[in-house]
Design a protein around this ligand. Structure first.
Ligand code: TXA
Ligand code: MG
Length: 343
C-alpha cells in the first residue's frame, strides 16, 4: 500500500475497499456521528504512525480505538470495570469514549506511551461496517490537520487530507458536529472532553462525575493535562475568533461594539449570530449558526461554520453559552478555537 497516494477516491459506500486498505496498513477517512475520523489498523504500529504523519499530530497525543462490538473491550483493556459496562450499555453505540488501563495488545503508538487506552463504539452505521470489514480495532483521530477545526463534511476532509490518505468515504454531514465525550474511569469518573453525552446524562447512570479543570480553562503554568489533547492550540480557523460572555443582551451589545471597532480598523468582522440575537445586530454581517435554546444546534454547526467562514473574515465574533448540558461541549471547543480570547 502506498502511503500518501495522490489520487483520492470517493465512494458513497466504500467499506469493503476501506476494510481492505486498513488491513493492508493504509489510511481511510470515514464518517462518524461526531466528526470524520482518520483511520488505520489500531493494532499495527507502522499504520498508526501514518496517522500522526498525515495530520502533523504531536506524537504525545494518544488516539481513540474504534470497535464494532462491545465484547471487544475486554481484549483492549486490562479488565472491564462495572461502571464502564454500565456506560457501554447505556450509550453505545454512540458519541462516548471511555479511557481505562490498556491490555498488552495495544501498541505504544496508540496510547503515546500512557498505560491507558481510549475506546469508542460509534453510532454511525458506515463506521461500524468499516470496522467489521477491517476485522481490527480502528485507531482514529479527527480527520483534520493538527490544530484545525475537526471536519464534519467530506468536502472539509478533502481540504486537509487530499493526497494524504488512500480513501475518503463520504457519509454526508455528521449529526453531532463535534467530537465524542471522553470520560476516564481510572479512579473517580471524570470528563476529560465534554460532548453530546453530557455530564448530566452520565451522572443519571453512574452517579457523580467530575469535569477536568482544563475543560473550560487554558492549562495553568506547569499543570499536566489529564488528556494530552487539551494542551494544544485547537480548532483554529483562518480568522481570529473572539467570544463575548454575559447575558443575551450584554453579549449582543459587546459584539456590536467590537464589530464597529474592528470595522473602523479596516478589518472584515463576521458575527456568528443565533435565532434569538440576530435582530440586535441589525445590518452588520452575520450568519445564524443555531438556536440558543437548543445548544445541540450550535454544536452541530460550530466546526462547519468555522471552516466555511473562517477564510471570508478577519475576525469572527461569537456568543458564549451557559456551561450546562451541551453548552459545556460548545464552550470547550469555542474557547479553544478563540485561544481564550474573551470579551
Ligand atoms: O468523536 C471522536 O471522538 C472522534 C471520532 C473520529 O471518533 N475522534 C477524535 O479523536 O476526536 P481525537 O484524536 O481528535 O481526540 C481524542 C482525544 C484527545 O483529546 C486525546 O488526548 C484524548 O482523546 N485521549 C486519547 N487517549 C487518551 C488516554 N489514554 N487518556 C486520556 N486522554 C486520551
Ligand atoms: Mg481532534
Amino acid at each position: 500500500m502506498t502511503q500518501y497516494a495522490n489520487a483520492v477516491t470517493q465512494y458513497e459506500n466504500g467499506t469493503a475497499l476501506g476494510g481492505r486498505i486498513i488491513r493492508e496498513g493504509g489510511l481511510v477517512v470515514f464518517p462518524t456521528e461526531t466528526v470524520y475520523g482518520l483511520g488505520a489498523n489500531g493494532l499495527d504500529s507502522e499504520a498508526v504512525l501514518g496517522i500522526f504523519r498525515a495530520k502533523g499530530r504531536p506524537a504525545d497525543n494518544p488516539l481513540i480505538l474504534h470497535i464494532a462490538k462491545k465484547s471487544e473491550l475486554k481484549r483492549l483493556w486490562s479488565h472491564v470495570p462495572d461502571k464502564a459496562q454500565t456506560l457501554a450499555d447505556a450509550f453505545w453505540p454512540g458519541p462516548l469514549t471511555m479511557v481505562f488501563k490498556r491490555s498488552s495488545i495495544v501498541p505504544d503508538e496508540v496510547t503515546a506511551g500512557l498505560d491507558t487506552v481510549a475506546v469508542r463504539l460509534p453510532g454511525n452505521k458506515t463506521a461500524r461496517a468499516l470496522i467489521k470489514e477491517a476485522g481490527v480495532p480502528i485507531a482514529a483521530p479527527s480527520a483534520n490537520l493538527s490544530g484545525k477545526p475537526s471536519p464534519t463534511t467530506a468536502e472539509h476532509v478533502r481540504q486537509d487530507m487530499d493526497g494524504r490518505v488512500e480513501l475518503i468515504i463520504d457519509g454526508g454531514p455528521c449529526r453531532y458536529g463535534l467530537e465524542s465525550t471522553v470520560v476516564s474511569l481510572v479512579g473517580k469518573p471524570a470528563i476529560l472532553r465534554p460532548g453530546a453525552v453530557t455530564k448530566e446524562m452520565l451522572e443519571a447512570v453512574i452517579g457523580p462525575v467530575e469535569v477536568a479543570h482544563a475543560v473550560l480553562s487554558p492549562l495553568r503554568e506547569g499543570e499536566t493535562a489529564a488528556s494530552p489533547g487539551m494542551k494544544y492550540r485547537h480548532y483554529a480557523p483562518d480568522a481570529e475568533v473572539v467570544v463575548a460572555e454575559g447575558s443575551e443582551r450584554e453579549i449582543a451589545a459587546k459584539i456590536c461594539r467590537e464589530y464597529d471597532i474592528r470595522e473602523s480598523m479596516g478589518q472584515t468582522p463576521l458575527i456568528f449570530a443565533t435565532e434569538q440575537t440576530q435582530p440586535f445586530y441589525r445590518n452588520r454581517r452575520c450568519v445564524i449558526i443555531g438556536d440558543r435554546s437548543e445548544p445541540a444546534t450550535l454544536c452541530a454547526s460550530l466546526f462547519y461554520s468555522l471552516r466555511e467562514y473562517g477564510s471570508r473574515a478577519d475576525v469572527i465574533l461569537a456568543e458564549a453559552l451557559p456551561n450546562d448540558d451541551m453548552g459545556l461541549a460548545y464552550m470547550n471547543r469555542l474557547l479553544r478555537s478563540a485561544g481564550f480570547n474573551i470579551i
